[in-house]
Design a protein around this ligand. Structure first.
Ligand code: GCB
Length: 579
């Protein structure tokens, strides 16, 4: 029923058409396509067919051949369903229908409210708007791939790997979950980067010991960063319809993560985050996954000398994390809890959903060596009384699900009022001195930043990351002496922040992440000129003047704190996918 449009997947639906109603649409959209499966998939009783949806923003209902098979809440994580019984009907095409609703409510993540405009003199009957308290456009649709894949009927359902280091040996602990079968054998092998078997084992859990292991090091922290082993898991099983086998290969980075009173340690060495905050955002495709864009972004990160980013403000596509593992870009993995600013956002209903989202996030991303910390939220109203209990519960739950990583949330509250900070391992603080207040007064930044750091540190004695700072900058606007919105102002603001950061770097400040890697789309407001322009790159990934400043700084920090610049630089070029 109703008009249909061709819609590419993956892509956000918003910027594809020429009709403004599609761009701003709030409500149900329907995706549908037919696909003919290989005969073997439908005839062989030992094959299990799975439909996997990389993400559907935000609430989805899935039908296969008209049969309701699955519902999922939450727009940035995958979900899947076994559709074997639905496809074993013969060679007919399979019809997959997915209805998606992008409406955000007080209990979704991120939350939002629908406001009905009842003044009949100004709005037509039934007129409503979607309100949100976050600063990016609520792109929606099937923004990541939808896949059909097969496994045998007895299959490897999940693998959990944690790693450790004992003298010069690496330890790889594995736990394998097998589903739908009890008569099976598991063989496990660990291969190095040259495909040589370095350890092996059997059974659903065990520990592999790798003498003289190559550790997984962040980019620019070691001459051979991002060393990956491969864990091969081979399952052979007996089923009622004969023997089956399943096989899975998982990249494994052996590394440790720890937090002290004043340091963030990777493999026992102090790590300083010098990087960016990103968004999944680009022209036309919105938040649609795009390999071309991803490889370009990684080339820019390597060029910049960035060793880290935060997945502000939601989990990114899995391919992004795979790239981080391969290049040694460290990740603070954030869940979509952004815009929690009202008391009702801290209800039990929200908390339960929030915990489920953290479980899904950990399940998806737990095996990525690049992921070194979970962030459970961005800028919540953490000074509200109810936020204390809420974050205690969400953080405790996250640590129970993954005891191997530190947990944080990103705050912009006052150090004395923040009720969630007692539960985090690292204080991540955002501030916009000389941008959102004291406009133009760059001379105040050092003082205000110093006060911020000292207050947080003396209160909590935890390491601190400056998790956002920046200035709105329209590319090509020039003004000297610097005025707000010019490229000169962005540079000057960064320089002042860097002076303040350098005062505390190496003491207890363990990182700095610029806001933002690139310009990105937001809701329309008088404060935003075709989106947020705090990028050091434009939305089309061209550098503003600040990108060169930051590049100088990041290479300098890498050079000072790690190992010789020349080695770092040649390593970067070697690794660069451009070569
Ligand atoms: C923030 C938010 C981020 C915004 C940024 C800004 O504190 O965490 O989502 O986009 O400030 O530019 O205002």
């Amino acid at each position: 029923s109703g008009p249909t449009l061709d819609m590419p997947v993956p892509s956000s639906f918003n910027d594809i058409g020429q009709d403004w109603r599609l761009r701003h649409f709030v409500g149900w959209v329907w995706y549908e396509r037919e696909v003919t499966l290989p005969e073997r998939w439908t005839q062989d009783p030992r094959i299990r067919v799975v439909l996997r949806i990389g993400s559907a923003h935000s609430y989805a209902i899935v039908w296969v051949n008209g049969i309701n098979t699955l519902e999922h809440e939450g727009g940035y994580l995958p979900f899947e369903v076994d559709i074997s019984s639905l496809v074993q009907v013969g060679p007919l095409p399979l019809r997959v229908t997915i209805a998606i609703n992008n409406t955000l409510t007080p209990s979704t993540l991120p939350p939002g409210t629908i406001r009905y405009m009842n003044d009949a003199s100004r709005y037509p009957k039934g007129y409503f708007v979607q309100n949100t308290d976050f600063d990016f456009f609520n792109y929606a649709g099937l923004q990541r791939s939808v896949l059909l894949y097969t496994t045998p009927t007895t299959y490897i359902d999940d693998i959990t790997v944690t790693t450790g280091v004992q003298q010069d040996s690496g330890l790889v602990n594995y736990q394998i979950s097998v589903k739908r079968g009890s008569q099976f054998e598991l063989e496990v092998r660990l291969l190095d980067a040259e495909n040589k078997v370095v350890a092996d084992g059997t059974g659903t859990q065990g520990q592999l010991k790798v003498p003289g292991a190559n550790l997984w090091w962040p980019y620019l922290m070691h001459e051979r960063p991002a060393y990956l082993y491969s864990l091969e898991v081979r399952l052979t099983a007996q089923t009622s319809v004969g023997p089956v086998s399943d096989f899975y290969t998982l990249p494994v980075g052996i590394r440790t993560v720890a937090v002290t009173e004043s340091q963030f340690l990777i493999n026992g060495k102090p790590f300083y985050f010098h990087g960016v905050n990103k968004h999944e955002d680009a022209d036309i495709r919105g938040k649609g996954f795009d390999w071309t864009l991803l490889v370009k972004d990684f080339n820019l990160l390597l060029w910049l000398g960035a060793n880290a980013f935060r997945t502000s403000h939601y989990p990114y596509a899995e391919e992004v994390l795979q790239m981080c593992d391969r290049y040694g870009i460290v990740v603070i993995d954030e869940c979509p809890a952004v815009g929690l600013v009202l008391p009702q956002h801290f209800s039990n209903m929200s908390m339960n959903h929030h915990m489920r989202v953290m479980e899904e996030l950990v399940r998806r991303d737990k095996n990525h060596p690049a992921v070194v910390m979970w962030s459970v939220a961005n800028e919540p109203a953490s000074s509200l009384e109810s936020a204390g209990y809420y974050f205690k519960m969400v953080i405790t739950h996250t640590k129970a699900v993954d005891p191997s990583r530190p947990v944080t949330f990103v705050t912009n509250s006052n150090y004395a009022a923040d009720k969630g900070a007692p539960y985090v391992d690292v204080i991540c603080v955002n501030s916009y001195y000389s941008w959102y207040h004291d406009y133009g007064h760059l001379e105040l930044i050092q003082l205000q930043l110093g006060t911020q750091f000292e207050n947080w540190y003396k209160t909590y004695h935890k390491p601190i990351i400056q998790s956002e700072y920046g200035a709105e900058t329209i590319v090509g606007f020039h003004q000297d002496p610097p005025l707000m919105f010019s490229e000169e102002y962005q540079k000057a603001l960064l320089e002042q922040y860097h002076l303040g950061l350098d005062e505390k770097r190496g003491k207890y400040v363990v990182g700095e992440l610029i806001w933002n890697f690139a310009d990105f789309m937001t809701n329309q407001t008088p404060q935003r000129v075709l989106g947020n322009k705090k990028g050091i790159f434009t939305r089309q990934r061209q550098p503003k003047a600040a990108a060169f400043l930051l590049r100088e700084r990041y290479w300098k920090i890498a050079n000072e704190t790690r190992y010789p610049h020349s080695a770092a630089r040649s390593q970067c070029l070697e690794n660069s996918p451009l070569i």
